[in-house]
Design a protein around this ligand. Structure first.
Ligand code: UD1
Length: 366
């Protein structure tokens, strides 16, 4: 980027990890349509081609203006490296607003740096709470919201969470869910038959993803989880694109030794959602997938003791399960009529990006 463009870039989007890319695409699109000057700073928290570049290509995201190449590390080491890189970047670009997404370490690092430099922050997906401070994401969410000038909320209960934590109500805006904008925009491209053919998958399968530290970091816990996933594979073929975080422990526990288990590399956005759309049931510990299955009407079993997305239970297809519940609940879900009992959460309508852009432009006085 040349010097003149740097001076004009008044909105900086900070993106670092896979779910950020899916949320940012419609926001960047809508701001572009309003003529906003914007730049994308990729922190490099996720760096594998399959965790990063493929999403930029498929979602039509602009090439990042810079990639800080921070990479992996302990929470302290990664967050510190993120902050040092972002501080230099913000000082050079002098943006009028930083936009951060979700609850990953890049999110809190950017908010903290911006606040100390007195640069306003907009937080997309503010106010979600699992009330479980053992999750790094809950720490990141709470602190990011305290530091944000605009709390852009995907779900009505988040408004109450923010108010209870003392966030002035004027900062909070219910805008809907930009992840669902991306899903609805790409729906016609989710070709289940093509993804089945490409990966040699059967017609009927359960799709699983697991990557939460609480489920995969401890070898004994990962081994217990694998035992239950094999129980699921006794009921129906199990397709599992494996996040790099859990790969070593899950494979060491014999994940791929069951003949009904199909272990895949991480998939790009289009292939992954095509696989989700065609699944008989989804088993996951992801946050975003609880929302995507709600809109696609696919039964979702979330292997966690809590969720920061309760609207996917009240309105959608989601259900929390323990390891011990997993097999009986999968059996039940496989008998459930697809799409049964789902209501769309308010404003999950494909127009969250434009609403977020309107709030941002008004905040900037444009
Ligand atoms: C991060 C987020 C999590 C989100 C997830 C989505 C935090 C605290 N967590 O978790 O909320 O649900 O992204 O994917 O920010 N790795 C690779 N290649 C990559 C990226 C990671 O091999 O491109 C491996 C490395 O071994 C790394 C590990 O995955 O140490 C964890 O990566 P990290 O970004 O620290 O956290 P995630 O588990 O991906």
């Amino acid at each position: 980027m040349n010097r003149r463009e740097i001076v004009l870039a008044s909105i900086v989007h900070v993106l670092g990890a896979r779910p950020n890319f899916v949320k940012a695409a419609p926001v960047i699109d809508a701001l572009r349509a309003r003529g906003a000057a914007q730049a994308v700073v990729h922190t490099g928290q996720h760096y594998d081609e399959r965790m990063s570049e493929i999403f930029f290509r498929e979602l039509g995201l602009p090439e990042p203006d810079v990639n800080l190449g921070v990479g992996s590390g302990s929470h302290a080491a990664q967050t510190a490296a993120l902050m040092i890189g972002l501080e230099a970047e913000f000082l050079a670009r002098t943006p009028d607003l930083i936009v951060v997404y979700g609850d990953v370490n890049s999110t809190i690092a950017a908010a903290l740096v911006a606040a100390k430099l007195h640069i306003p922050v907009a937080h997309v997906e503010a106010g979600l709470r699992s009330f479980d401070m053992t999750m790094p994401e809950e720490v990141n969410r709470r602190l990011t919201d305290q530091l944000s000038d605009l709390c852009l909320v995907t779900s009505p209960e988040a408004i109450g969470h923010l108010a209870a934590e003392g966030v002035p109500t004027g900062r909070t805006h219910l805008v809907g869910n930009p992840m669902i904008d991306t899903l609805l925009k790409n729906l016609d491209h989710f070709d289940t038959a093509a993804v089945r053919a490409a990966h040699g998958l059967p017609e009927r399968y359960v799709l699983a993803t697991v990557h939460r530290p609480a489920n995969v970091d401890d070898p004994a816990t990962a081994a217990a989880l694998v035992k239950h996933l094999h129980g699921v594979a006794d009921l129906a073929d199990l397709v599992i694109p494996v996040h790099p975080r859990g790969r070593a422990n899950l494979i060491a526990a014999g994940l791929d030794t069951h003949p009904g288990v199909h272990v895949l590399e991480p998939l790009g956005y289009i292939d992954f959602l095509a696989a989700v759309r065609g699944a008989a049931t989804v088993v996951t510990d992801s946050g975003g997938l609880q929302e995507e299955t709600t809109i696609l009407g696919v039964p979702c079993l979330t292997i966690r003791p809590n969720t920061e997305r309760p609207i996917t239970i009240t309105h959608g297809t989601n259900r929390l399960v323990t390891f011990d519940d997993l097999v009986p609940q999968t059996r039940k879900a496989l008998e459930t009529e697809r799409g049964e009992g789902t209501r769309k959460p308010p404003l999950w309508d494909g127009a969250a990006g434009p609403r977020i852009a309107d709030v941002i432009m008004e905040f900037l006085g444009e």
